[in-house]
Ligand binder design. Structure first.
Ligand SMILES: [Zn+2]
Length: 468
């Protein structure tokens, strides 16, 4: 059943192979190919693990390949690649989780009491013993169809987040007809039978719904729980606690019981909320800030992707290639610009005597005190106190990106085409590139290239109006 899916993946992605695409372009394509796939099929069945693996293999080789016939290196782990951009990933869709969140829709449909033949079929099979849809899907047998078996498995399919779906739905009691007083989690995090096991044993009406555990009295609801015998004093304590707990919940005849999806604002299931729940990682706020700046929409995607790879120290510098057991073009691992030290990212972009002057020029141009830190991440993160103003920082981020990008291009020209670049020309390119990128997305900013060159901070603070 999954073979055609696999084939269409292969065909789509390989048709792009051989063309020269930047990392940014490949990221965009990977996600667009995925969204053009038969999402329908993934909404009805769970993909077998082997199929996911096979598709990911194609996707990986597409993401990191595409640069001629050189042997491919997965520069960043696939798990990380699939993280949201603000968490340091590329926002590439995780196929398994995407599949789960699509399948979760069936739970959402059941919860929303959506009508349909499929529901009638399931209800006729599983509703005999009473209970609601959650009981059917959690406890009922999976013998209805392979679709139904997968719907059931959706909640369990992910080892770590097992039970993720069932826990995401909360019962909001209305008329109480569907809600089992002792066995549903309608009041607090666990069901009352588990919270008060002793009382449960003593209660009359162990399987009763909420609506049968009290009466309407002059328009207000009164709970009435009865016991098989008189309670002992120490049992009374617990009974008191129980009635305080349920006191706040009233029964409203005629108002249906509802299931809320706790992750959505509107309480309805959505694949988006499910997917972001499944892919969530422990968050690091300072890192998030940096990654948000990296993926600032002002910048062209390929530049963001490049900067991302740089800040994670995953660019194919000579040092990184050697570490992974590759021999490097141009003999040794030394920096092509100075031939004195090993070419790692810190040296090439910040410390090399042949690039330090560019940063000095930038600082002079901007009229700032640029603090070069011990590596690229730290320098990008905290270039100096003057970046507190967010407009100035955005402009500077453009300049930073233009500078590191220009250095990289210069380095590649030297290595692959044996071409020298005039230093003055390099600095011109930094100024022009940063201007073009900033202006492309900030059309309301009235300044010209010569304004930008003569005083960028004035351009950003005076000529950019109120908007940012
Ligand atoms: Zn050097």
């Amino acid at each position: 059943m999954w073979q055609p899916l696999l084939e269409s993946f292969k065909k789509k992605l390989t048709s792009w192979k051989g063309r020269h695409l930047s990392l940014g372009g490949r990221i965009t394509l990977i996600n667009s190919v995925l969204s053009s796939l038969p999402v329908f099929l993934m909404s009805v069945y769970l993909l077998p693990k082997g199929t996911i693996k096979a598709i990911d293999k194609i996707r990986k080789s597409f993401l990191w390949g595409g640069e001629g016939e050189r042997k491919r290196i997965n520069w960043v782990s696939w798990k990380k690649v699939c993280l949201p951009k603000e968490c340091g990933g590329l926002g590439v869709r995780d196929l398994g989780y995407f599949n789960l969140s699509l399948m979760g829709k069936w739970w959402g449909r059941l919860a929303a009491k959506e009508e349909g033949l499929w529901r009638k079929v399931i209800a006729s099979k599983y509703s005999e013993g009473g209970g609601h849809w959650m009981d059917w899907v959690r406890n009922g047998a999976g013998d209805c169809s392979s679709w139904w078996r997968d719907v059931k498995r959706t909640d369990k399919a992910d080892g770590e987040s097992s039970g993720w779906l069932a826990e995401g739905f909360r019962l909001k009691v209305g008329e109480g007809k569907e809600v089992s007083f002792w066995w549903d989690e309608w009041c607090g995090e666990i069901c009352l039978a588990n919270k008060f096991p002793r009382l449960y044993l003593l209660s009359e009406g162990k399987e009763k719904e909420c609506c049968k555990m009290g009466t309407m009295c002059n328009g207000t609801w009164k709970w009435n729980i009865t016991w098989r015998r008189k309670l002992f004093e120490w049992e009374e304590e617990a009974a008191k606690e129980l009635s305080t707990m349920i006191e706040g919940v009233k029964i409203y005849p005629g108002r249906p019981d509802e299931w809320e999806w706790i992750l959505s604002k509107d309480s309805r299931y959505s694949t988006k909320t499910a997917y972001s729940f499944l892919t969530k990682e422990p968050r690091c706020l300072t890192q998030e800030k940096v990654f948000r700046r990296v993926w600032n929409p002002i910048l062209p995607t390929k530049i963001s992707a490049f900067n991302w790879q740089l800040l994670l120290n995953r660019l194919p510098t000579k040092s990184n290639l050697l570490k992974r057991g590759f021999s490097v073009i141009m003999g040794d691992g030394n920096c092509i610009l100075c031939q004195e030290e090993e070419e790692d990212a810190t040296h090439l972009f910040l410390k090399c005597k042949n690039v330090r002057w560019i940063w000095k020029e930038c600082a002079r141009w901007w009229g700032i005190n640029l603090e070069i830190q011990e590596d690229c991440w730290k320098t990008f993160e905290k270039p100096g106190a003057w970046t507190k103003n967010s407009k100035i920082r955005k402009g500077w981020d453009c300049t930073w990106s233009a500078t590191v990008w220009s250095i990289w291009l210069m380095r590649n020209q030297r290595i692959f085409q044996n071409q020298e670049m005039d230093p003055g020309k390099l600095f011109d390119l930094v100024q022009i590139r940063s201007f073009l990128w900033f202006k492309a997305k900030n059309a309301w900013c009235y300044f010209t290239l010569s304004d930008w060159i003569s005083n960028p901070i004035a351009c950003l603070t005076v000529n950019c109006g109120g908007k940012s």
